[in-house]
Design a binder for this molecule. Structure first.
Ligand code: DLL
Length: 437
């Protein structure tokens, strides 16, 4: 296979060169950080009052971690490190507590971010002949504008369709000959189900690739989307605190996501002890941004669980790869004392062929005990009025789940399209148990 690089010099830079580049950029970021009250106090407390106090990359370890709550505490302008007049855009993510985290961009920041996203897109084999339909939310969410700009940078024809409205999406695909789409994996599954429902023949479309991210999904889900739509699906990872999409992405090898180390310093730590885990072991990803002057963020605890690959990639890029995110250190459910990540359920059910494209995990209190129910859509060709095969499918799902997660779940089958679909990130868990205070 021949691999195409958007920025060959940076993508294939030797590891020592990459480390020297990171050190230069880190010192710049320290300079910007010292202009914010939060980091000025934090850094001075550990003896860093100028970029020159950073002599080696290992000095980063002296700096305490930054959390989402830290960022919230500075709302709205507390983390802005350049003159307000030099800011040309903001993005924000709201999360569950209501106070958003806000990220500011200078003109150069937007240029940098765009070139990282372009690098991701081009690395999957796309080029200016492609027609790119960006089926994800625009607005304060970074997925829309981030991919939009990256797609234009590559020179593709970008259709800013946004998410939702599948009928209009199909129309656009047919009218303009869309070859690449971007969406959450749950929306792609929904699109496929709707396509069948509306009688749209896959072969009437020119689709070749999809970028899927913004939420966790299993390898089986990827394969399912690829087979159903007959396309290549590339995993795309990012978070608003680190610009948005464009942090890590799969190349044509589709085996782990290259994390762009000229834009970010990545560490993986044990979420309990906060000590680094040995290479190859799973832990929480911690990121320091190196490519944004308006809002520097140092050692950010992403809460996302992943591991580094230890082998280099066949594509020749030198930037380390991370495994697909298996969950977040804060989305673990404890069910009658057993720890469970929602991704463990997805991994099991999406490998069962009778299972359709959507599911929902429900946790409730029943007396003193916790009760886990997994609501699963069946494939559209399975008839809901024939109870014998349905009972067999239900039993198969229950048994396979129990063997894997050690909890005996209740399984409910639903017909295709019956469970709620979200236009943004899928809501996979409904936990109605009273919260401990
Ligand atoms: O989701 C940015 C983005 C947009 C990424 C479009 C990819 C595509 P936030 O809304 O701040 O930003 O959410 C970030 O989403 O910490 C992960 O928990 C999760 N996430 C993002 N991408 C993936 C992925 C955008 N590929 C949070 N796999 C992150 C698993 C993902 N989880």
């Amino acid at each position: 296979m021949t691999y195409q690089y958007w920025n060959e010099k940076f993508e294939t830079m030797s590891r020592p060169e990459l480390a020297s580049y990171q050190l230069v950029q880190l010192k710049k970021m320290i300079g910007y950080s010292l202009r914010t009250p939060f980091y000025a106090a934090r850094l001075k407390a550990v003896g860093i009052s100028s970029p020159d106090d950073i002599k080696a990359l290992s000095d980063l370890k002296r700096i305490p971690f930054t959390t989402k709550n830290d960022l919230r505490s500075g709302f709205p302008y507390g983390f802005l490190s350049i003159n307000r007049d030099d800011v040309i855009r903001l993005h924000a993510s709201s999360g569950t507590t209501g106070i958003p985290t806000t990220i500011y961009f200078s003109r150069d920041d937007i240029k940098n971010w765009t070139s990282f996203v372009a690098r991701c897109i081009y690395g999957t084999g796309c080029n200016k002949t492609d027609v790119f339909q960006n089926m994800i939310t625009y607005g304060l969410f970074t997925g829309g504008l981030g991919f939009h700009a990256g797609g234009e940078e590559v020179g593709m024809l970008v259709i800013p369709s946004g998410s939702g409205n599948t009928t209009r999406q199909f129309r656009l695909m047919q009218d303009f000959g869309t070859t690449v789409v971007h969406a959450t994996p749950s929306f792609l599954l929904h699109v496929e189900a709707k396509m069948k429902e509306e009688g749209i023949n896959r072969d009437s479309l020119k689709l070749k690739r999809a970028f899927a991210g913004a939420e966790p999904y299993s390898e089986d889900t990827r394969r399912r989307i690829e087979e159903l739509l007959n396309i290549d699906v590339f995993n795309s990872y990012g978070l608003s605190e680190m610009n948005g999409p464009g942090v890590a992405f799969e190349c044509q090898c589709k085996n782990g996501l290259h994390l762009w180390e000229d834009g970010y310093i990545a560490e993986i730590v044990n979420p309990d002890t906060l000590e680094p885990v040995p290479d190859g072991e799973t832990g929480e990803l911690v990121l320091t941004i190196l490519c944004r002057e308006a809002t520097p963020i140092l050692r950010y605890r992403t809460r996302d669980l992943t591991a580094f690959y230890t082998e280099p990639c066949a594509c020749g890029r030198t930037h380390r790869r991370i495994h697909r995110i298996t969950g977040r250190s804060d989305d673990m459910l404890i069910i009658n004392g057993v720890n469970l990540f929602p991704s463990q359920i997805e991994e099991v059910i999406m490998a069962i062929k009778e299972v359709g494209n959507n599911y929902l995990i429900v946790v409730e209190k029943e007396g003193v005990l916790d009760r886990l129910t997994v609501k699963v859509e069946v494939r559209p060709d399975i008839f809901m009025d024939d109870s014998r095969p349905l009972n067999a499918i239900k039993e198969k799902i229950r048994k396979t789940l129990q063997a894997s997660i050690t909890i005996n779940p209740r399984v409910e089958l639903h017909e295709s399209g019956a469970l709620p679909v979200s236009e943004g990130k899928a809501v996979r868990v409904q936990d109605s148990r009273p919260k401990d205070v």
